[in-house]
Design a protein around this ligand. Sequence first.
Ligand SMILES: NC(=O)c1ccc[n+]([C@@H]2O[C@H](COP(=O)([O-])OP(=O)(O)OC[C@H]3O[C@@H](n4cnc5c(N)ncnc54)[C@H](O)[C@@H]3O)[C@@H](O)[C@H]2O)c1
Length: 275
Amino acid sequence: MRDLFSYAGKRAVVVGCYSGMGEATARLVGEMGAEVVAVDIREPEIPHSDFLEIDCRDPGSIDSGIDTIVSQGPIDALFYCAGLPGGSFSNADVMSVNFLGQRRFIERCAGHMEQGSAIASISSGAGMAYMMALDRVKEFLAIEDYATALEWVSHEDEAGRIEGYSFSKMCTIVYVLNRGPVLTRETGIRLNCISPGPTDTPMMPHFEKQVGKEFMDAFPKPIGRNSTAEEQAWPLAFLNSPAASYISGENLFTDGGCSGGIMTGSIDPSAMGSD
Ligand SMILES: NC(=O)c1ccc[n+]([C@@H]2O[C@H](COP(=O)([O-])OP(=O)(O)OC[C@H]3O[C@@H](n4cnc5c(N)ncnc54)[C@H](O)[C@@H]3O)[C@@H](O)[C@H]2O)c1
């Protein structure tokens, strides 16, 4: 039987793989046969063939890191898993790591990737309301220059009009839905993202501190618990595998059904935090 999920002979770049979903993804695709190029601000403990210290807040660091990566071999699969939770992190840093760094990484790498290769990134259920903010998100996405985009964030920040985490996640979804089909048509590279619900990673205590553990505990979880990092790595590995060869420009809600229930009314979001 053909193994449509195999990563044998493939070179996978995993950005943000020191911990959490990125670490789980790097471990998984490594076990599935990939040569793993690890990217983070800290070197991970998981097995990897190469490590590049890249700060995804810094476009110069991203550009020089990608130059090194592409000089050493092809990129068959790119996983962008780096992220910051908001809270004590500035809106500028959150927007940089969660979206602007992501977009730069993807666009720069795509210029060196071959037809049939694939890219997957991580948004969040926090981006679920992207359709309600579509005009504003598209206004921001139209700013291609990194520095100008950060100025826009700073301006919105000063005016108290932006919550960096959810906005970064809406930007990720709209970017993937909008750019995926164009990138695929022009280059044959697929682009998708997942939107996890609450997941037990080192980021979870940050969320619990920001909104309260009671709120996170009462968050609608049709499966009855938080997901594990591995349960998010599996769909990421699927999306970048040949088994997903007809999927591009897709946001996959990996939240046990929570977002679907909220959007169609079978889950009442107002119950959140009231238990
Ligand atoms: N944990 C959750 O409940 C949850 C839910 C939905 C979405 N997400 C998203 O999932 C993604 C992965 O987060 P996680 O939960 O695995 O948390 P995590 O904190 O374990 O992982 C984040 C990774 O990003 C790296 N990183 C942070 N700043 C960086 C920088 N400047 N440059 C390069 N790498 C950097 C960290 O070192 C770490 O490896 C994030 O985008 C997060 O917003 C998390």
